[in-house]
Design a protein. Structure first.
Ligand code: TPP
Ligand code: TPP
Ligand code: MG
Ligand code: MG
Lengths: 358, 345, 358, 345
């Protein structure tokens, strides 16, 4: 795995975080990478709830190909942290039975593209067992999926499945954008009684940031809501996962031109915090939604439509979508052409700012 | 085929007592009668559809009878009415699925130890493996019994389940009812090599291929398999050879893919009649026993009919209330607008 | 299988069709059901192209559980029309190899909900093989999927997968709304060099309608475009599959109140005919999109956003979505509560007509 | 294990000639040298990643050598560099996938008879079955050869493929390289029963478990399997027992899951060294032959390095142009805006 193309973006995020952190005198923060934050969250969840189990391909001895489960087997034992045979449907189907037996499975699918073999079990079983059983068989399953692109990986290792999962009734979907979010959202997800698809932005695994373990949202926001990562007056950028850092970087650049960009980290991709979207765009009156997934039928359409429905009167321009293209995720260098880059996001901002009613 | 080592304790080797044999017969009659009643009910419009298990009574009653509902857990498909009945599941709640009142059935799966009805072919085979592995983790001695068909054996999930179970030595009994057909496709065009039981060896797992129309043979085989799995020896596969004597479902027309002659040849002797002859021959039961069983079966079916008729539709709010344990604002908003627009409140 | 709840709607469709038919003196039309029209199309495709193959579960001797392939094995032989073992991933994976060997596979998945076990082969293989092989291994695969709800079937037999498929780069997706469309769209799809997901509205299989085999669009429209099924001035209803007939019925009722509804049959769900959407809504200035699939991240969001982008200035109200809810497809009678019904569509029309800028 | 009936014609029974043995050796040396070169190239930054096949040269060269590229078709995974080289595929075009220039590789799969590189574990096993069934439908005599690993054997698709192939008697050779590991998971925790070959019997399919580090044994087994499948007898499974001597990929760190001692014990004698000793012992080759082979291998690797270095990135328009045979207006619009915004034209 080569280096992330998103390397340069950590600064933007850390700037955005620090004011909030500075405000709280009692905060016990530590600087760590998202990989470390996720590892810490799993470690704590395993320690706090004896019914949790962590498993998947290479999750045990190896600690996962991204080392997210590093050291957990040694610490919590081979029964609670284990390797499975190489079969994703098996991993998720087994999770259903474990949940029926009262466990809280935290399975991993090794890469986004390898969630497809498990879709049948996810959609037809995990998402519906609570409903089918009239609430008697809850499915407290937290499925971790290293997701999205940006690491120059082979085919099937750079996919964005959020639109698929968000469309499935019975699933909740979340994606953290930085170490702090990763730590708190994973701890939150892994203590819920409903299935959560947890999409980890793998290009951000190695970026460091401050984690305040004591509290998630300094401003008292809800852990199920979206989060303003940078306040602004002229336009709202909506993003999630790795695109949040990129949008913060764009906001920094736009500020040099006097454009005051608000960056909203959606965090939960299902259910979507429609109120936060409305609140932001009622203020800025313009919005651009950014994602890595292909344009058509992507989650950007849902976000745009939610904004349009809530803010039809105040919107000064149609919501813009800056997204991946309707092409299979491309290889190597072409990835830089595919993932929304700074220029393309700036063009999107320009379009909504310069929009004139015809 | 029998590659299952002889039972260590011999606990499972004891043959059923005469009273148990009569109970097995009564169960088979109850199941047969309910099954044929359900087809009639579908024709009368009481239920929109039904998947009969005509001819599979021995396989279902015999295997279901081996279940210990204080510790085991059973994973059915859409055709295990006989298993549910044998396990003592509330049959109105069970049959509600055929009334399309609720997909998974209205019975409580945890209490009855029967997972919700499963319409995805091979859908719950892996669940059984997970549940069984949970027993190992909890150091409990329950066994998971999972049912599937010859058709289902072609699904990738069945392979993944067998491999997982065998690698983890999970206490699972894979119970295949090879009834000769998957809708219109006969076993020989479905199961390469001709036997699902033959697959087990490839996983280092013992297997039994048995006469699925002999209720005592089925019971004994299932008991042996349970004992093996319960003792920590890992999974077992049972292939019960039987025949789907009726249509696949009330929507199916078997005349399109098999002749009456083929049907008769394939079906052989009716398992209920066969058991009756045997009980008569060895003096375990007489006509009076049979008459009592039939009368009870009739009364029971009547009661179930009454219960089914009384079942109303489910309230629409359940659509929204049962999705999650923790509902969401978006879902509540949808429920509210549904109430406004559809209930006009 | 009990009767369709959509039974009453055929009249609406036939009315809408007849004017176009009446215009053309040379037309050789026949009245038939969608089941017959699809069967006829397959029969002709098999006769015209010796490389086509029709297969799936119960497609051979039985003629399919919906009889769409009825009689085809007897006529075209057991080599070209055949039953497979019961494994959807197997059916689709095998189709890839057959396509690589120069065949044009027309596989069937027995019901919508049983496409999930094949998603891995569809998304990671069928949709990408042309791209992966740089155009040397085209995938002329037409996957037929009896789709959508409305027939009181068991769980997994009433699903709407169009949003999932439309999001996958490399797939094309189409759904016919009546026998005429079914005949022509299937013949069109089955002669294309790219993979097409063909979603058949099973609740419409038995409704009859006129089929003009000689020509698809009397007005010379493109077979890849959307189609105005009823022209109107006040609001555009956008629909596909079984919802088109329902929208025509709604249009008839709305007309009684003096509301002139335009009904647009989207036909192709990927790629979407954005121009037709824009043309219609530029005229009506209001739109409601109707689908059976759950709301969130459904294709309605994409349609709404395409309309908003193109018609932002002329739109008098935000586009409304009248859809299924974010719940697993419900059983039995509840299906009537779930699928958009006449009342709910009328409410949607009312909302866009009465919308007042705040 | 050998359940393959003896060949009817005996055509495949002829042992390789001395010239062929020397060619096999030269191929193994070329593959070994290219493999180790590729690891160096990755360290030097020429290619971003690589999946070495160190230790699997005999399994890959021996099986690839049995392919008749005028009629057969081969379905590789991401680790069959040795097969590609043996089949005569353009190695710059092949290695381009490791340069991340194009996912499937830049070679022409139809001309080279090698399907595009497949990154989904078990992804193309079913494709082989479909292609092979196409041979039956076309009354041709090509055989599909599909490669997969011990880890891949756990995937449901492999089961579906074997069952389909056996039901349809499709001319497929399933070639498993059991190299002991699936990244960090050893075979004993992956393959229940311990042998993939043992699965074949369950489908009524013959199988061979062979020493995958003996290139001649591999070649002879593959030839026998091809003859069997080509003669209309249906599929065959070969499990070549070998060892992944290197890391899973250049991103992997085997020290986390196996000790050097375990590695040494598991790996046994290097297949290349073993073949060399054999050729020396029976006088088929001498040091001069080996030296020539090595020199050729070095020159070849240098040429491939030059070719790879020269490979530029692919033009961005290919993203859009290669999605469909018939492009769409939406895609063209996206390509246009990409051109405007990213190329600033
Ligand atoms: C995954 C999946 N594919 C297809 C179907 C449609 N279907 C329902 S039952 C059936 C045949 C099942 O045959 P078998 O497993 O032998 O069970 P039987 O019906 O004989 O009891 C099919 C194809 C389904 N329910 N699930
Ligand atoms: C469906 C799928 N799941 C997971 C992966 C990630 N992955 C890549 S290679 C590999 C191990 C494969 O082991 P094996 O099949 O034995 O082949 P080997 O690498 O030993 O040649 C895994 C888990 C993948 N590529 N595809
Ligand atoms: Mg069957
Ligand atoms: Mg391996």
């Amino acid at each position: 795995m080569s280096n992330s193309i998103l390397e340069g973006e950590s600064a933007g995020f850390r700037q955005a975080q620090s004011p909030a952190q500075a405000q709280s005198p009692a905060s016990t923060t530590a600087v760590m990478s998202m990989q470390q934050a996720l590892n810490l969250a799993l470690d704590e969840v395993l320690a706090e709830n004896p019914r949790t189990l962590v498993f998947g391909e290479d999750c045990g001895r190896l600690g996962g190909v991204f080392r997210i489960t590093d050291g957990l087997q040694a610490k919590h034992g081979e029964q609670r942290v284990f390797d499975t045979p190489l079969a994703e449907s098996g991993i998720l189907g087994m999770s259903v039975g474990l949940a029926m037996a009262g466990f809280h499975p935290i399975p991993e699918v090794q890469f986004d593209g390898f969630a497809y073999p498990a879709i049948n079990q996810i959609v037809c079983q995990i998402a519906r067992m609570n409903y089918r059983s009239r609430g008697t068989l809850p499915m407290p399953i937290t499925l971790r999926v290293p997701s999205f692109g940006g690491i120059r990986a082979p085919e099937h290792h750079g996919e964005s499945l959020e639109a698929l999962f968000a469309h499935v009734p019975g699933l909740k979907v979340v994606s953290p954008s930085n170490p702090h979010e990763a730590y708190h959202l994973l701890k939150y997800a892994a203590t819920r009684p409903d299935p959560v698809i947890f999409l980890e932005p793998k290009s951000r695994y190695w970026q460091k940031g401050e984690v305040d373990a004591a509290r998630h949202d300094a401003d008292g926001g809800s852990p199920t809501g979206a989060k303003v990562m940078r306040a602004g007056r002229h336009v709202t950028l909506v993003a999630w996962g790795a695109m949040v850092a990129r949008c913060l970087q764009v906001a920094g650049l736009a500020a040099e031109d006097g454009i005051d960009v608000e960056v909203l980290d959606l965090r939960w991709l299902k259910p979507i915090d429609a109120e936060a979207l409305a609140a932001s765009v009622r203020k800025t009156r313009r919005a651009v939604v950014v994602h890595e997934a292909p344009l058509t039928s992507g989650l950007g359409a849902e976000v745009a439509q939610l904004i349009t429905q809530a803010c039809f009167d105040t919107l000064k321009a149609p919501v813009e979508r800056v997204t991946g293209f309707d092409v299979p995720y491309p290889s190597g260098d072409l990835e830089d052409e595919y993932i929304p880059n700074i220029d393309r996001i700036l063009f999107g901002i320009q379009r909504v700012l310069e929009y004139k009613r015809g | 085929m029998d590659t299952l080592p002889p039972p260590a304790s011999g606990e499972s080797a004891a043959p059923p007592t005469p009273a148990q044999l009569r109970e097995l017969y009564a169960l088979m009659v109850a199941v047969r009668h309910l099954d044929t009643s359900a087809i009639a009910w579908q024709r009368q419009g009481l239920i929109p559809g039904y998947a009969p298990e005509l001819g599979q009574e021995a396989a279902q009653v015999g295997s279901g009878y081996a279940v210990d509902t204080t510790r085991d857990f059973v994973f059915p498909t859409y055709r295990e009415m006989g298993v549910a009945r044998t396990m003592g599941v509330d049959m109105v709640a069970y049959m509600s699925t055929h009334k399309a009142t609720w997909h998974g059935g209205l019975y409580d799966p945890l209490e009855s130890r029967l997972a919700p009805i499963q319409a995805v072919v091979a859908g719950s085979v892996l669940h059984a493996v997970g549940w069984a592995h949970g027993q190992t983790l909890d150091a409990k001695d329950g066994v998971a019994l999972t049912y599937f068909g010859d058709g289902a054996s072609s699904q990738g999930d069945v392979h993944e389940a067998m491999n997982f179970a065998a690698v983890m030595k999970a206490p699972v009994v894979f119970f295949v009812q090879n009834n000769g057909w998957a809708i219109s496709v006969p076993t020989e065009r479905q199961v390469a090599g001709g036997s699902v039981a033959a697959r087990a060896a490839g996983y280092g797992m013992p297997a039994l291929q048995i006469d699925g129309d002999d209720v005592v043979a089925v019971l004994e085989a299932t008991r042996r398999a349970f004992e093996h799995a319960r003792s920590g020896n890992g999974p077992v596969l049972i292939e019960a050879m039987t025949y789907r004597r009726g249509p696949h479902s009330t929507a199916d027309d078997p005349g399109r893919y098999r002749s009456l002659q083929e049907e008769r040849d394939g079906a052989g002797i009716d398992p209920l009649e066969r058991f009756r002859q045997r009980l008569l021959a060895d003096g375990t039961a007489d006509e009076a026993v049979f008459a009592t069983a039939l009368a009870a079966a009739k009364a029971e079916a009547e009661q179930i009919r009454t219960g089914l008729t009384a079942l109303g539709s489910r309230p629409g709010t359940e659509m929204f209330d049962l999705v999650f344990q923790e509902t969401t604002p978006a879902l509540q908003a949808q429920a509210a607008s549904w109430r406004e627009e559809s209930e006009h409140v």
